[in-house]
Write a protein that binds this ligand. Structure first.
Ligand SMILES: NC(=O)c1ccc[n+]([C@@H]2O[C@H](COP(=O)([O-])OP(=O)(O)OC[C@H]3O[C@@H](n4cnc5c(N)ncnc54)[C@H](O)[C@@H]3O)[C@@H](O)[C@H]2O)c1
Length: 253
């Protein structure tokens, strides 16, 4: 078994997860990409030099099977990036109950279970990094995104509790809280809002998404990947329990 650190990224077939996987490969880690999208996951893993493991993380069994497979094949997990997520937009009174369950399972229960399953592997080596891809919506609310925002606020609680428990064991746990990042998740929202408001996609970006931010640009996925790599460096050993914003100044206002 090699001494190279092993990093697992969930939801790594697309967007922020994929950019993070690429950045971690470039930093010399053995990288495992997990995703429910098998076709994209396999081809992207091959392209960037990682290993793909299919996993449906909205199910508890999907989480335990993923952990078993990673530990069987690689013998360790040093870095866990909890990233997989979806969005659903609806008012509370219309919000489908099964969507609530799905989002809480995928975006809060799965990160908890994966922390729990990989904790012993990190504790044994006295070194571990858990990075939760949270959101500015882990710090602030907006209407019509109740399950997403509730899951992200819950993920803040998981981050802080795990950081307290992990400190004495060399395990750091942080949340990264971005505003809008240019990924398929956001591109779908741009198209949906353009149709709803009868305006051009560029106007959705400038007049709605960037209205409250100081830096008027969408964040690129690789900017999140680079921050993850920094949090996984020894220079970041004292950063734990943080809700690190990369939000163009949105939550400063
Ligand atoms: N894009 C943004 O503006 C933004 C902002 C803040 C936070 N985030 C967070 O970043 C994370 C990634 O979002 P993204 O924008 O890269 O989205 P994305 O849609 O590009 O990627 C999400 C990935 O998660 C995977 N996934 C979905 N359901 C899954 C399941 N059941 N099991 C395993 N994988 C599953 C998808 O297949 C996809 O590959 C999410 O947690 C999201 O909340 C995104």
């Amino acid at each position: 078994m090699s001494n190279q650190q092993v990093a697992l990224i969930t939801g790594a077939a697309s967007g922020i997860g994929l950019a993070t996987a690429e950045a971690l490969v470039s930093s010399g880690r053995t990288v495992v990409l997990a995703d429910v999208n098998i076709e994209a996951g396999e081809s992207e893993a091959e392209r960037i030099g990682g290993t793909f493991v299919p996993a449906d993380l909205s199910r508890r069994e999907g989480c335990s099977l993923l952990a078993e497979e990673v530990l069987d094949r690689f013998g360790r997990c040093d870095i866990l990036v909890n990233n997989a997520g979806i969005q659903h937009v609806a008012a509370i009174e219309d919000f489908p109950e099964e969507k609530w369950d799905f989002i809480i399972n995928l975006m809060l229960t799965a990160p908890f279970l994966l922390c729990k399953y990989f904790w012993p592997s990190m504790r044994e080596r006295g070194w571990g990094r858990i990075v939760n891809i949270n959101s500015a919506h882990g710090l602030r609310a907006s209407e019509f995104k109740v399950a997403y925002i509730s899951a992200k606020h819950g993920l803040a609680g998981l981050t802080k509790t795990a950081a307290l428990e992990g400190g004495p064991q060399g395990i750091t746990v942080n949340s990264i809280c971005p505003a809008y990042v240019r990924t398929p998740l956001v591109e779908n929202q741009i198209d949906a809002q353009a149709a709803t408001h009868g305006i051009a996609p560029e106007e959705v970006i400038s007049d709605i998404m960037l209205k409250k931010v100081a830096v008027k640009k969408l964040i690129e996925p690789n900017e999140i990947g680079e921050l993850v790599v920094y949090l996984c460096s020894d220079a970041a050993a004292c950063i734990t329990g943080s809700m690190l914003t990369i939000d163009c100044g949105w939550t400063a206002g």
